[in-house]
Design a protein around this ligand. Structure first.
Ligand SMILES: NC(=O)c1ccc[n+]([C@@H]2O[C@H](COP(=O)([O-])OP(=O)(O)OC[C@H]3O[C@@H](n4cnc5c(N)ncnc54)[C@H](OP(=O)(O)O)[C@@H]3O)[C@@H](O)[C@H]2O)c1
Length: 185
């Protein structure tokens, strides 16, 4: 295995982005989610269960705690940051290195990058897979999913889902898989 954690992300434990994004690109407002989608929370749990997750400090604070059944790596520049039940990294490469080690310990085949926008932007050039929930709504928000090179990916799954009883909107699950090689770190 390479000693470079970023090139290692292309290796045995790839990075997968998990995000719910509205039709206008919005993913959040006032450091919180902007919709109630129980079906998507269930999918998030399934996609991340038993895996290391990388998230930004703001997303961690919006969730408020380490989620069970997964290991959390929080990315922050704050040298004094600590929180119960999470590992802390002070840069994205360090976060990937920590998540790689955790994946080995957990026997996980994938590292889940779960936001927010700043962390998605850092992860996109290194991501092998995107699990998108396209939410059929156009809410106001202050955080958007970053632009990325869509041509580097092919769609391998699309599943339209009607609004369930505990969902505010209908949505479509889309899975993208990288076809072009990962760029240099
Ligand atoms: N719809 C979805 O699927 C989804 C998923 C996740 C989050 N969200 C939403 O997204 C919003 C939060 O996203 P965000 O972009 O504002 O914040 P974020 O990405 O969660 O966290 C940003 C923080 O990460 C740390 N950070 C960023 N780059 C870093 C680097 N290179 N090195 C070290 N630390 C770094 C900094 O923490 P410090 O300030 O502590 O240094 C920065 O303030 C919320 O509204 C949340 O609800 C939506």
């Amino acid at each position: 295995m390479s000693s470079d954690p970023m090139s290692a992300s292309a290796g045995p434990c790839p990075l997968a982005i998990v995000v719910a994004v509205a039709e206008n690109g919005v993913i959040g407002r006032d450091n919180r989610l902007i919709w109630r989608l129980k079906s998507d929370l269930r999918r998030f749990r399934e996609l991340t269960w038993g895996k290391p997750m990388i998230m930004g400090r703001k997303t961690f604070e919006s969730i408020g705690k380490a989620l069970p059944g997964r290991k959390t790596v929080v990315v922050t520049r704050d040298p004094g940051f600590s929180a119960e039940g999470v590992e802390v990294a002070h840069g994205f490469a360090e976060a990937v290195a920590r998540a790689m080690r955790l994946a080995g310990e957990m026997g996980a085949q994938e590292i889940a990058v779960v936001g927010g926008a700043e962390i998605y932007a850092l992860a996109l050039p290194h991501a092998s897979r995107l699990h998108l929930t396209l939410v059929h709504a156009a809410p106001e928000g202050d955080v958007r999913f970053p632009d990325f090179d869509r041509s580097a990916f092919r769609e391998v799954r699309r599943e339209a889902r009607p609004k369930g009883p505990d969902d505010e909107h209908p949505f479509t699950f889309v899975e993208l898989e990288r076809t072009q090689p990962l760029g240099p770190a």
